[in-house]
Design a protein around this ligand. Structure first.
Ligand code: ZN
Length: 330
């Protein structure tokens, strides 16, 4: 009985605490080494092998995700620990399972939240992933060398609805926050529409044409305004919405590690409320400035840009359908 209890405790603790990275590395290496496809196998054996391999890869990818969350162990550290062992085919295969493990693993956790808003967000992300409307995602897409530090953590490619988060760069205590932010972009209908209209009628050639035209009639002015609003829906307004959603969910998710730089941006607001939205707006606004150069040197175009921005200084950009993920706390 005592032995059984000890065994049970050990088993339980290994479930609760993810294994230490070192042990897990050895374990994965062993499992992968055994995953060589059988030589000269018949179809039935090959089929059985493939089924078993799928299960093993799934389980290993889940363990890598748990280890990342618990110990901030980067997936690339595991990859490095197998390299000497001549298992590149297995390692490559394992890597294809990582995005699913990281994203669906996060969704599973969020679905356990006591907050209905967090659960709704998790459901919507899952549906979008399953429907294929989000091109996902090499989670370890190498960062663009032009990108700033914050961007290399993750990104959302507007044109192809492609999303990635890079756990090799992103400290795991920030995983959820960046997950919220990037997937808020992916669920943002206003962003999607703006990307579609940019594809149909690109902003810059349009503005160049309009800058040459004198005078404008009322319809011209309205068209310019529509185009500029749409470009903000891909840029400043899209960032505002995605950070508001991230902030709202960040406050609603229990036991989330606090993220210093984000708390600083939010000026350590004790709860998420309309004033917090204003803080986010005032942080982002000066970071999205339209220089009066090129077509924006045309006073008529610049005036429209300035008017929109002044209107938002009064009433912040609309949240659109993303509003459903915003919950104020009392
Ligand atoms: Zn963003």
């Amino acid at each position: 009985m005592k032995l059984f209890l000890t065994f049970l405790l050990v088993t339980l603790s290994s479930v609760v605490l993810a294994q230490t990275p070192r042990n897990l590395c050895k374990e994965i290496a062993t499992e992968l080494r055994e995953l060589r496809p059988p030589l000269f196998a018949g179809r039935q054996r090959l089929f059985e092998y493939q089924q078993r391999a799928g299960v093993v890869y799934h389980a290993l990818a889940d363990k890598i995700f748990n280890s990342y969350l618990a110990h901030n162990t980067k997936p690339k550290e595991y990859i490095a620990c197998f390299h000497s062992k001549n298992m590149s085919a297995q390692v490559e295969r394992l890597e294809t399972f990582l995005p699913g493990a990281f994203f669906y693993g996060t969704i599973r956790r969020l679905k356990l939240s006591s907050s209905a808003t967090v659960r709704l967000f998790a459901d919507d992300v899952e549906r979008a992933l399953n429907s294929g409307s989000i091109t996902f995602l090499d989670i370890s897409v190498p960062s663009d060398s032009n990108n700033t530090t914050a961007l290399k953590f993750g990104g959302f490619h507007r044109g192809q609805s492609g999303l990635y988060i890079n756990p090799d760069q992103l400290p795991s205590d920030q995983w959820n926050l960046i997950f919220f932010h990037e997937f808020a972009h992916a669920l943002d209908d206003s962003l999607r529409k703006a990307v579609e209209s940019e594809a149909k009628s690109p902003l810059m050639p349009f503005l160049e044409r309009m800058a040459k035209k004198t005078p404008w009639d009322v319809a011209d002015e309205e068209q310019v305004r529509t185009h500029i609003l749409s470009s903000f829906d891909r840029g400043f307004a899209a960032e505002f919405r995605a950070w508001i959603v991230a902030a709202s969910l960040y406050y609603q998710t229990e036991k989330l590690p606090s993220v210093d730089w984000f708390d600083q941006i939010l000026q350590s607001s004790p709860r998420f409320e309309p004033a917090t939205e204003r803080i986010v707006y005032l942080f982002l606004s000066p970071r999205f400035v339209t220089e009066p150069k090129g077509v924006f040197g045309d006073p008529r175009i610049l005036d429209i840009v300035t008017t929109i921005r002044e209107e938002w200084d009064e009433i912040m950009p609309h949240m659109g359908p993303l509003k459903k993920y915003v919950t104020y706390q009392n």
